[in-house]
Design a protein around this ligand. Structure first.
Ligand code: ZN
Length: 162
């Protein structure tokens, strides 16, 4: 898990940024998605601005007008590609490039270490568990694990840092 103690940024992402939302959660960042909050409406931009301000979240958007209205509290996400989106947030000093596995990528709930029966009950868990760490989302009842795949992802992210 992350050893960093400073307060992490929190985010609110617009409907265009579903992939970025899941990636930020995997990196351990509390990220709300507009598409899980309410059905689309004409006032959506105004509601997003209100939530971002009330909850101290950075508003991530592909919409230049919405980013302008958010001012200091908004980021206009330039790329359509998730690695470049994360790199932009990193350049702005909002995120550090790591996967900490402490938040469910589907529902944003903090993960906890998985119990043995949860690991054994998950059909999709790998058979060889040597060297793997398992985590559990108590809301989705979904198992996560950190192993060679996630190590490779972290190495890729480090490589793309420069
Ligand atoms: Zn979940």
């Amino acid at each position: 898990m992350s050893g960093r103690s400073e307060e992490r940024a929190k985010f609110l992402a617009d409907r265009m940024l579903g992939t970025l939302t899941r990636r930020l959660r995997l990196m351990g960042y509390d990220t709300l998605s507009a598409s899980s909050l309410f059905p689309g409406s004409r006032r959506e931009d105004t509601v997003l601005l209100e939530i971002a301000r009330a909850q101290g979240r950075m508003l991530l958007t592909r919409d230049a007008e919405l980013a302008r209205r958010a001012g200091e509290q908004g980021v206009l996400v330039r790329s359509e590609q998730v690695d470049e989106q994360v790199a932009q947030l990193s350049d702005l000093g909002l995120v550090s490039l790591q996967l900490s596995f402490d938040r469910c990528s589907l529902c944003n709930t903090p993960l906890r270490p998985a119990r043995r029966r949860e690991i054994e009950g998950a059909e999709y868990a790998p058979e060889a568990r040597e060297g793997l760490s398992f985590f559990w989302c108590p809301v989705c009842h979904r198992l996560y694990w950190m192993g060679s795949h996630t190590r490779r992802m972290r190495e890729e992210m480090k490589k793309n840092r420069g």
